[in-house]
Design a protein around this ligand. Structure first.
Ligand code: ADP
Ligand code: MG
Length: 238
């Protein structure tokens, strides 16, 4: 699986160095749902981009199946992004003139799978996220929550080992967000993919995560289950 070892990331802007990550160590288990919880600007997107191979760390190491990535070349990162990682962003980046099935099939178009199997796999994954009855609709004919499910379906149709979700429900109103939290958790449990999710919403992390990593100013401050972190131990007085 994946492990971050004392990762730092500095952004250089002109003469200014912005330390976005200040030594982050994290280890992920197979099929785990991890939420990284912290305020805006604390470095959540930076961590996801580094885990996803979209951006490079300044120091430390990212281990993939116990292998260092320090000497990774661009083609190694490409292979890793294509084979191991899926992404879901806050704005779903769906293609509005394609129907839902085609939006998901697109993600398979580079993988050498024939048209029949592409359709079968896209249909299967859209069924898993609860959109079986909407395959031929266009994205804008569906609600925000349903659109986010398409984005999830598109990201998992290649069966990545790890799905990265950057504030995936941030654009939804509160009621829909609470519904989709339960839905995303269900999908993760059913498909058996490691989810690494970032949010600034404590309740969202508590609803979905097996493990919450609490982040502040570029560091992980605490880690544990929702019960470990937020619910006081219940003492029975008899
Ligand atoms: P979050 O996702 O938790 O809101 P980010 O990871 O986006 O936080 O940002 C962490 C810090 O790094 C912030 O201070 C932000 O301003 C800075 N930062 C992020 N991206 C860049 C960039 N491309 N160039 C310079 N600074 C950046
Ligand atoms: Mg962010």
């Amino acid at each position: 699986m994946l492990e971050l070892k004392n990762i730092t990331k500095d952004y250089v802007v002109g003469d200014l160095v912005v330390p976005a990550l200040r030594g982050v160590s994290l280890k992920f288990r197979k099929n785990e749902f991890v939420s990284i919880l912290g305020p805006s600007g604390c470095g959540k997107t930076t961590i996801l981009n580094i885990i996803g191979g979209l951006d490079r760390y300044t120091s430390g190491d990212l281990l993939i199946d116990n292998k260092s990535t320090k000497s990774f070349r661009d083609q190694d990162w490409d292979g890793y992004r294509n084979n191991v990682i899926g992404f879901v962003f806050q704005n779903y980046n769906l293609i509005s003139h394609l129907n839902i099935l085609d939006n998901v099939e697109m993600a398979l178009s580079l993988s050498g799978i024939n048209a029949k199997e592409r359709k079968e796999r896209a249909t299967k994954v859209l069924t898993e996220v609860g959109l079986k009855d909407h395959l031929t609709k266009k994205p804008n004919q569906l609600s925000g929550g349903q659109q986010q499910r398409i984005a999830v379906a598109r990201a998992i149709v290649n069966r990545p080992e790890v799905l990265l979700l950057d504030e995936p429900l941030g654009a939804l109103d509160l009621k829909l967000r609470r519904q989709m939290q339960i839905e995303l958790k269900r999908i993760q449990t059913e498909v058996g993919i490691t989810f690494i999710h970032v949010t600034h919403d404590q309740e969202e992390a508590m609803t979905m995560a097996d493990t919450i990593a609490v982040m502040n100013q570029g560091k992980i401050e605490q880690m544990g289950s929702a019960t470990d972190l937020y619910e006081a131990p219940k003492t029975a007085f008899v």
